[in-house]
Design a protein around this ligand. Sequence first.
Ligand code: ADP
Ligand code: ASP
Ligand code: MG
Length: 434
Amino acid sequence: MTTVFKFGGASIKDADAIRHLTPLLEQHRDRPLIVVVSAMGKTTNKLEALLAAARGEGGTQGDEYRQCFDALQAEHREALEALFGDTADSPRERVDALFDELDAQHRRHRESAYARHYDQTVCYGELISTTIVAAWLNHCGIASDWHDARELVRTDACHQAANLDWSATAETVRQRLANSDRVILTQGFIGGTEEGEATTLGREGSDFSAAIFAHCLDAREVVIWKDVTGLFNADPRRFDNAVQLERISYAEATELAWHGAKVIHPKTLGPLQEKSIPLTVRSFETPDAEPTVIDAERRFDSDVASCILREEQVWVEVRPRDFSFMDEPRQHDILGRLVKAGMHANLVDSGAMRFAFCLDDKPERLEPLIESLQGDYEVGREDALTLLTVRHPHPGMMDTLSEGREALAERRNATTAQRLFRSRECPETWHIPE
Ligand code: ADP
Ligand code: ASP
Ligand code: MG
């Protein structure tokens, strides 16, 4: 049975990190292996900046575009040089050709809709990283085959948040990837339409890609290799006393991810749960450290409280222009506009004459939404906010976490408490109350 490994940006951030993959994979060569890889380091952010430059003043002829492009190419060339030197195994020509294609796609899509332009260009981060990693594995004697995920993962044309065509994907994946005795290397995050256009599955989507391949091949296990030893009860970079969770259920992990724990993509767990495929989160730096196991066992879910921060939030309050109620037809209208804008409300509150919600600050989607609402309603907004979510809070915990700052909004149910604060009033490092 196949095992699916996923390596994120941090685990292949430079030549040294890529070298580190070889012993890890060698240890697991006794079984069929699919390796799903993200773009190197922060490449996706840099490709987003390149996209902004391509669509900005000066476009692909401008200095900003050229600088971003050259810096990105130089980083990848540096990794190639460090890994392969002048040897014939270096995929330098292939990587240069991919950079040329990226440049051509920017010129071709400058006038296309933003999301389509995004997918035709940002996908190159993964296409390039996997080309380098595949060549490196072969160079080290680990026989591997590179596969183009744009051909394997079939989606609709909903760019930047593509929806999967499960049956077409399963058919292709089974046909092309089952029963290989070589390591299969492919890209996370990206897919393609029937017409052959690239699509992406949403930021951090490589985890979801790993789950897609595992689901289609009835894999035995998915391992996500990270720069942390497992899933913690809060981001260890932001909470000074975060502790690792040993074992949680698919449902609990989905809740944590859905509320914004930026460690697993929220769509990852569903396809694994359906086939009872366990997900292990492990450290690529200390592979022998005890990992976190996510499976169907729910017994441990509420053992510890978990905290999640969602930053760069915007609070939007919508009121009718006349003295009328914010009734269901009006709420329906407002939520419909949210759906159309491709936005998700992270917290909702309503009253007789107001409907309010908190959104991620994504200007290219948010600004048209606000403009549309202003056409028919009074609209107020406040920016630069932080949403704190606590799963399984113990009594008094939320109050301790809120000390010294006013909550603009809050919500609570049996398992989850949320409060919205001004970011400037929040600490850089948080502490989970005992
Ligand atoms: P990659 O993209 O390389 O797979 P990410 O950077 O997306 O990895 O995820 C790892 C990072 O997620 C960690 O460095 C950590 O700071 C952050 N993180 C946020 N929330 C959590 C959490 N609950 N548990 C563990 N790590 C978390
Ligand atoms: N490279 C993509 C991103 O940074 C996908 C991923 O890493 O999962 O969002
Ligand atoms: Mg990630």
